[in-house]
Design a protein around this ligand. Structure first.
Ligand SMILES: [Zn+2]
Ligand SMILES: [Zn+2]
Length: 478
């Protein structure tokens, strides 16, 4: 940050060691001068490009991306039709798929876009070269888009906005000029990195070398399969790496569970992890993007995490960031509570205490002469549909019609199960005046309602909330 301040305050002529203008300019974070209401203002006022129609389609196509994403698979398919795939070439293609995939996942994504660990220079060069072999743009360009994706997820400022559909977030955003400009995201830290600058400078040559020449040469020099090397380890492998990465923007925002948060579209799924070299636990990743892991459990598939860990053991990587377990578990708990709340809301509960009429002992006696009413824990219950169902026999219920059966119910005659208590609460038809003052908690609250999921703003008014419950009841009695 200090260099940023210095750059802003000091003009180039006053600087004792002036650097090239382009470097100087890039060191100012892109988002340092944005207004406080940048997101809302931009979303409201940014004028999108007109919708794509048949008439303007050609002007809206991103031709370079279209060429790369159509010619590569065409070469691979042509190769499959005209050249026999050798075992050695197949194995090499798979290996090179993982190498270049890791360049993106461990390099572009976790190291540079998210700074989730520190990498030594040799590892950085390896990842920059491997990532170049995946032909997905320079590190800087890639990270700028990805940081905007995390910052403005699911909005028009998100370059791969998943709300625009699976295919848009997978590939459409690259083929058609975006309707909205991606939101601002700072990558000034990357401009200072010599490896990134080196890659940026030699990018085209590195693509030719590591996207095509190297995979071809290994198969050619290794076992004489030059053509196979080009068709399969070059083009075919590239096609797989492309769609593997694209799946992080599409499949990972579409398939699976949301165990940490459901505010946005990212999801966790094993299949996504499988096809993306471990980037499939995307719900976790969007919540804890600085964590070097995507999968937090040992049995989940995250080879990128394993690779980074092995590098750290070899002294090539350090400062692997892990989000505090306590905070991770808070996210999990929140989602578990949400699911429990849904279950809770799907059940039918005893009538609300406030809605029950308060009845005097005399009135209770009068009505009990007409229908089977029994008092237990201050509540009047109509047991007419239960007389013949009572496991202890009809006679025991009949015996207590018009009487208080609290003691008998809670162990005097039989210590009823929690299920019996829950069921009993469903038969409440009134509150006996003066009947609920004592034994309020255990006896008047059915077991299934003693522990409940409540929103923070519901706690105060709950009839089951200790002090307020008593005052509510006093109000009823009053
Ligand atoms: Zn995402
Ligand atoms: Zn990310």
């Amino acid at each position: 940050m200090s260099s940023v301040v210095e750059t802003r305050k000091t003009s180039p002529s006053q600087n004792p060691t002036p650097r090239p203008k382009s470097v100087e300019k890039e060191e100012v974070p892109a988002d340092i001068n944005i207004p406080d209401n940048y997101v809302a203002w931009t979303l409201k006022n940014q004028k999108p490009r007109p919708p794509v129609t048949l008439d303007n389609l050609l002007q809206n196509i991103q031709w370079v991306s279209l060429a790369v994403l159509t010619i590569t698979p065409s070469i691979a398919i042509y190769g499959l039709c005209t050249h026999k795939l050798q075992w050695a070439t197949f194995v090499w293609s798979v290996i090179y798929y993982f190498i270049t995939g890791l360049g993106i996942t461990a390099g572009y994504h976790r190291l540079w876009a998210h700074r989730s660990y520190n990498a030594s220079k040799p590892l950085q060069y390896f990842l920059a070269i491997a990532g170049t072999g995946a032909v997905e743009g320079s590190i800087k360009w890639w990270c700028r888009g990805h940081r905007a994706h995390h910052r403005y997820t699911d909005t028009d400022l998100d370059p791969y906005n998943a709300h625009k559909g699976f295919w848009y977030s997978h590939i459409g955003w690259m083929l058609i000029k975006p309707r909205y400009k991606p939101g601002v995201a700072d990558v000034s830290d990357l401009s200072k990195n010599t490896v990134i600058r080196w890659q940026h400078r030699w990018y085209i040559w590195l693509i030719i070398g590591f996207g095509f020449l190297l995979p071809t040469a290994v198969a050619g020099l290794g076992w004489g399969d030059w053509k196979g090397g080009f068709f399969f380890a070059g083009a075919g492998r590239l096609c797989f790496v492309h769609h593997s990465t694209f799946c992080v923007n599409s499949l990972a925002h579409w398939l699976g569970e949301t165990p940490f948060d459901d505010k946005h579209t990212p999801r966790d799924h094993f299949v996504t992890a499988l096809v993306t070299v471990g980037e499939g636990y995307h719900n976790f990743h969007h919540q804890f993007p600085m964590d070097y892991r995507n999968a937090i459990k040992w049995y989940q598939y995250d080879p990128t995490k394993w690779f980074i860990w092995v590098c750290s053991q070899l002294g090539l990587a350090s400062h692997l960031k892990i989000f505090p377990e306590n905070e991770v578990r808070k996210g999990q708990l929140t989602m578990q509570l949400k699911r429990l709340r849904q279950t809770q809301e799907g059940l039918v509960w005893a009538p609300n205490v406030e809605e029950l009429p308060v009845i005097s002992w005399e009135s209770f006696q009068e009505q009990a002469a007409k229908r089977p009413l029994i008092v237990i824990a201050g509540f009047i219950h109509d047991v007419s549909d239960f007389l013949d169902e009572h496991p202890g026999g009809r006679h025991l219920l009949v015996k207590y019609i018009g009487r208080d059966a609290t003691t008998a119910f809670f162990g005097g005659v039989y210590d009823h199960s929690n299920a019996a208590h829950n069921l009993l609460s469903m038969k409440r038809v009134g509150i006996l005046h003066g009947g609920t003052q004592h034994g309020l908690q255990d006896k008047s609250i059915p077991p299934a309602q003693r522990l409940r999921i409540a929103r923070y703003n519901e706690l105060g008014g709950s009839p089951y909330n200790s002090s307020t419950a008593i005052s509510d009841n006093e109000g009823l009695l009053g």
